[in-house]
Design a protein around this ligand. Structure first.
Ligand SMILES: *Cc1c(COP(=O)(O)O)cnc(C)c1O
Length: 395
């Protein structure tokens, strides 16, 4: 069977206007990094998010934004981070890398994200931070979780890699916590040529050191220099954060990517709305198959980055479904986000134990449909019909 509908590694196609912005930056940007387009993207992103100017920082990808957020947590040995077990590995390993132990939190079986209750259950006296992942594009109950973190004096971090533009009570995903991270990877609803990221920081003290943390410790001299080349062209230092000195990185995003990112902010709401409309059409057209349970959310709280469902009838039914979809219909569905504690990597770190029955149950019977924005109506209709056929057949 030829593949008729593939699970693409690319989320969107670019318009001619967007391509022109890239070409213009390729031709004329000088320098090609750390300049005008970066400032433009960061400032436009902050406006889009409804957060303070100077609080958003581009990064070369979501993982590097997460790693810098982890550095800013200033972990001491034994410090714990509450992390959903059902997420992509890049949500977690940056915190492990910077010294934290993962305390796995369960998800809600229907929304597939953590709740204030599952977060609270994972909190201990060693908890330093909570990372909330708005997986699949759905914003978790941030007002309650942020309040809980505040009460306990714990840092609240949002991994909004999949949820750009999603909002709850008129506030954007990634703007509720102390920090928010975003990804512009090839798979995401907004992608800057395959790689890109953003870090939001609420704390002005953290904002002040982020440019040096991101870019080799480069900073300005704090005195007037009669000759611009003395003592050197620029200084290298790392400002202290709460009495500690952080090690610098070079996690900068190039000017061409930044120019494109700023441009794409004009279209992201439209992309999200189109994905949501399609997701709802798919879900509603399958409502006579209750064995396949979707999370239906007809509001901007969900951007339907991904279209995932669960077989309430269990893993065997799921496997029969995927096999028939692939072998007989040429539709390549996938399964995603094996609970991280089940990976060898986390087991070897001693983080292989979790009590997350919903995450396990969801992963073991989940299916994720091809859902790139550029699927044609014909391909989409074909996938819907194929899904109906196969569901009938395996009943
Ligand atoms: C994509 C993704 C990341 C990592 O982003 P990159 O830009 O690929 O480094 C982190 N967390 C989640 C939930 C993601 O989906």
């Amino acid at each position: 069977m030829d593949i008729k509908v593939n699970f693409s590694g690319r989320a969107i196609r670019y318009t001619e206007d967007e391509i022109a912005v890239v070409v213009e930056a390729m031709r004329n940007a000088d320098p090609l990094t750390q300049s005008r387009h970066m400032q433009e993207f960061e400032s436009k992103f902050a406006r889009y998010q409804g957060v303070a100017q100077g609080s958003c920082f581009t990064a070369m990808n979501g993982a590097s934004a997460l790693e810098m957020s982890a550095q800013l947590c200033l972990f001491k040995p034994g410090d714990e981070v509450v992390m959903p077990s059902h997420t992509f590995t890049a949500s977690a390993y940056p915190y492990v890398k910077k010294g934290a132990v993962m305390a796995w939190a369960d998800i809600d079986l229907h929304t597939r994200v953590v709740t204030a209750e599952t977060v609270e259950r994972a909190i201990t006296p060693r908890t330093r931070a909570v990372v909330v992942v708005h997986l699949y594009g759905y914003v978790a109950d941030m007002p309650a979780i942020a309040e809980l973190c505040k009460e306990k004096g714990i840092l609240c971090i949002e991994d909004a890699a999949q949820s750009i533009g999603s909002e709850l009570d008129g506030r954007k995903a990634g703007s509720f916590g102390d920090m928010g991270t975003f990804s512009f990877h090839s798979h995401k609803n907004l992608t800057t040529l395959g790689e890109g990221g953003m870090l939001y920081l609420r704390d002005p003290e953290m904002q002040a050191i982020l440019p040096a943390l991101r870019h080799n410790g480069h900073c300005a001299y704090d005195f007037e220099r009669p000759d611009y080349w003395k003592p050197a062209m620029g200084n290298v230092d790392m400002p202290m954060l709460r009495g500690e000195m952080l090690m610098p990185n070079n996690y900068s995003l190039g000017e061409v990517e930044c120019a494109l990112g700023a441009k794409l902010l004009d279209r992201i709401d439209q992309i999200n709305a189109e994905k949501r409309r399609r997701a709802l059409r798919f879900i509603d057209a399958l409502s006579d198959f209750p064995e396949l349970e979707f999370h239906r959310e007809d509001s901007p709280r969900h951007n339907y980055h991904l279209l995932a469902a669960r077989f309430v009838t269990g893993p065997e039914q799921r496997d029969r479904f995927m096999r028939a979809m692939y072998n007989e219909k040429g539709v390549k569905c996938v399964v995603q986000y094996i609970p991280l504690n089940r990976y060898d990597f986390y087991k070897r770190l001693g983080m292989g134990e979790a009590h997350c029955p919903n995450a396990d149950a969801f992963f073991d019977s989940m299916v994720s449909f091809p859902f790139q924005h550029w699927l044609s109506e014909e391909e989409f209709d074909y996938m819907l019909e194929a899904t109906r056929d196969v569901l009938k057949k395996i009943r």
